[in-house]
Design a protein around this ligand. Structure first.
Ligand code: SAH
Length: 389
């Protein structure tokens, strides 16, 4: 087994499981990329087993504090543990994230279940090399009718991996109907964003829709209509869903039929849509903002913050007095505090007083590990525009 000796100030000593390239002091034993290595401190003390990829900015990712190989038995154990964690939380297995990478001790492995099908991503080189072993373990543990491979996520490039999708076991199953957050979705596998749906927002559809009855709702960055459909089902007086993608808009329309609700679907850039809505003098009682992460790296953080501020400012301009804004941020580069700062700045420019009503998070099938701040990425707020100020 090769070893990676890490520097004394490495994040691993502060509870993290990653070894960044600038934290590597020495590599011994000539490990190949994708091998399992031992992590050691400068006094030769063993710190755990990690997957190794010299081409990555994160050449070491610890997956166990013991000496451990990546064999079939290990994969079955980890899958079973991950699944038990979701069962305990009472999350329905018809649409849930069964395995979430580092949070479940399988760095780079994502497994989502949609009804009788499962979707696998292997986003690190080591896990990609052991894809067949993993696929067998998934079949033995969950017995899905088919296992889809959704390896078109761009993060694979950072590990030197190609992007593609395919079918690993069984046959492509076409459109599956699944219920998430009380809404019925048609999911085409492989298809859609991420592995099919934004499972991380599952609980928030219902939480936000609690406030929708009798309100005029605008769902921005709607994707397949999660918030819009939940609000329409909850008795909103009118719902508009906006997304820039034609495929997403087509999905919203067919999901509306599935849920037996009516809504307006607008294929548009939200920035343009909000600007036009403000100049038309439109007004809404509940607006949802759930943009994609505007930045994948810290370097472009300021541009991202400008984007977040702009949509909040425009939204505040078209919200009725007493109206509600449910706003989400899925970038881990933007901390909770920073996100609130941006919203506050926008409210100052809009000359509005906002009252904080609720705090939202990612659904717990995306578990947050205390030592891995990156695992807490989705946050949201419900704000009320205080009337008469
Ligand atoms: N709210 C959704 C997830 C949103 S994902 C849910 O819970 O399922 C972000 C969505 O924003 C994607 O569907 C993408 O197509 C869309 N999008 C990205 N940039 C956009 C823009 N400038 N204007 C409108 N939609 C945009």
């Amino acid at each position: 087994m090769g070893n990676v000796i890490i520097r004394s100030r490495a994040r691993l000593f502060h509870g993290h499981d990653w070894v960044h390239d600038n934290e590597v002091l020495k590599v011994t034993g000539h490990p190949k990329d994708g091998d399992v290595v031992g992590l050691k401190d400068q006094r030769d003390r063993f710190l755990g087993s990690a997957i190794f990829n010299s081409r990555s900015k994160i050449p070491g990712r610890r997956f166990s504090r013991q000496r451990q190989d990546l064999d079939a038995d290990f994969f079955r154990r980890r899958l079973t543990l991950a699944s038990a964690c979701r069962d305990k939380l009472g999350i329905s297995s018809t649409a849930r994230r069964e395995v979430w990478s580092e949070s479940d001790g399988l760095p780079g492995v994502i497994l989502d279940r949609y009804g009788d099908c499962a979707v696998l991503q292997t986003l690190t080189l080591a896990m990609d090399q052991r894809k067949e072993l993993l696929a067998d373990a998934v079949m033995e543990t969950f017995h899905p009718r088919c296992l889809i491979e959704r390896n078109d996520a761009s993060v694979r490039r950072a590990e030197g991996l190609e992007l593609y999708t395919g079918v690993l076991r069984g046959e492509a199953a076409g459109v599956r109907e699944v219920v998430l957050g009380g809404v019925t979705f048609g999911v085409e596998l492989p298809g859609g964003q991420k592995t099919g749906l934004y499972l991380d927002q599952g609980d928030n559809y219902a939480l936000v829709a609690q406030h929708a009855a009798g309100r005029r709702v605008l769902d921005c960055f709607s994707n397949q209509g999660g918030f819009a459909l939940a609000c329409a089902r909850a008795g909103a007086s009118h719902v508009t869903a906006v997304d820039i993608s034609a495929d997403a808009c087509a999905a919203i329309t067919s999901n509306a039929t599935r849920n037996n609700v009516l809504l307006d679907v607008e294929e548009a850039n939200v920035f343009d849509y909000l600007k036009a809505a403000a100049s038309r003098g439109d007004s809404y009682d509940l607006i949802i903002l759930d943009p994609p992460s505007f930045t994948r790296d810290r370097a472009r953080l300021n541009d991202a913050l400008r984007g977040y501020k702009e949509i909040h400012l425009r939204t505040a301009q078209i919200l009725e007095n007493g109206g509600l804004l449910a706003t989400f941020c899925c970038s881990h580069h933007v901390s909770d505090a920073l996100f609130l700062d941006v919203i506050r700045d926008a409210m100052i420019d809009a000359k509005k007083t906002a009252r904080l009503r609720a705090h939202y998070f990612q659904r717990p099938d995306h578990p947050v590990i205390l030592g891995l701040p990156e695992s807490a990425y989705l946050k949201g707020y419900l704000l009320e525009m205080v009337p008469g100020r």
